[in-house]
Design a protein around this ligand. Structure first.
Ligand SMILES: [Zn+2]
Length: 219
């Protein structure tokens, strides 16, 4: 319920920002460096995003339902992506997945044209959100080349982005090999889980791959 309220407040604040400079300082505003990237999606992009949202909801719900109870014997998949003792029980993870279904109701999607370079020059990103934002997801053209289902899917990408919007904990991307670039993909997610449960449980890709593994299987 708090997520619903928070999302509504977020958009209320955006709507009010043009009327009141104080509110503009206390909440997200549309007048920022990303205005040039807030471009409407075309009908075929909207269709793909609609399918991806439905798949993301299915992924989040399946992941939430597949989380093992404490000391269960079914925790191998949990351990593979979230580390810790097999059959571990982490209620925060369930909260992150459960919150996704609600947050996706309030999401605005923007579609950037091919070869767009964002202010951070994340040229090869599939999608991104602004730090601290809960109401909008920016989609890059690479997203539409991803499969609808299966490992590294469009729905899984939405799960990744929405996990960043969690109010339960800070879910981030991180650089595990120290080369200054954030590490993505199943192999890096599994490395994270084997090295540190805390790191794995605060990483957006780990949330993505546990969910995809639950529904589709991820080697
Ligand atoms: Zn991310």
């Amino acid at each position: 319920m708090s997520a619903v309220i928070r999302s509504v407040i977020s958009w209320t604040t955006v709507a009010a920002a043009s009327l009141c400079s104080f509110l503009a300082l206390t909440g997200p505003t549309l007048a920022d460096a990303y205005d040039a990237y807030r471009l409407p999606c075309n009908s075929s992009e909207l269709s793909a995003i609609g399918t991806a949202i439905n798949n993301a909801k299915k992924l989040a719900s399946a992941a939430s339902n597949a989380l093992p109870t404490k000391d269960s014997t079914g925790g191998a998949r949990f351990q593979k992506w979230f580390g810790g003792p097999e059959g571990d029980d982490d209620p925060r993870i369930k909260q992150v997945y459960d919150e996704m279904g609600v947050n996706l109701i309030f999401q605005k999607f923007w579609c950037l044209p091919p070869s767009s370079v964002t202010p951070e020059k994340w040229a090869h990103t599939n999608a991104f959100i602004l730090r601290g934002s809960v109401g909008e997801i920016f989609i890059l053209s690479n997203f539409f080349s991803l499969p609808a289902t299966g490992p590294k899917s469009q729905g899984g990408t939405i799960v990744h982005e929405v996990s960043h919007q969690s109010s339960v904990m800070s879910v981030k991307d991180d650089d595990i090999d120290g080369d200054g670039v954030n590490d993505y993909g199943p192999a890096n997610a599994k490395t994270r889980a084997s090295q540190s449960a805390a790191m794995a449980r605060s990483n957006a890709d780990n949330f993505k791959y546990f969910a995809e593994d639950t529904l589709y299987g991820v080697p």
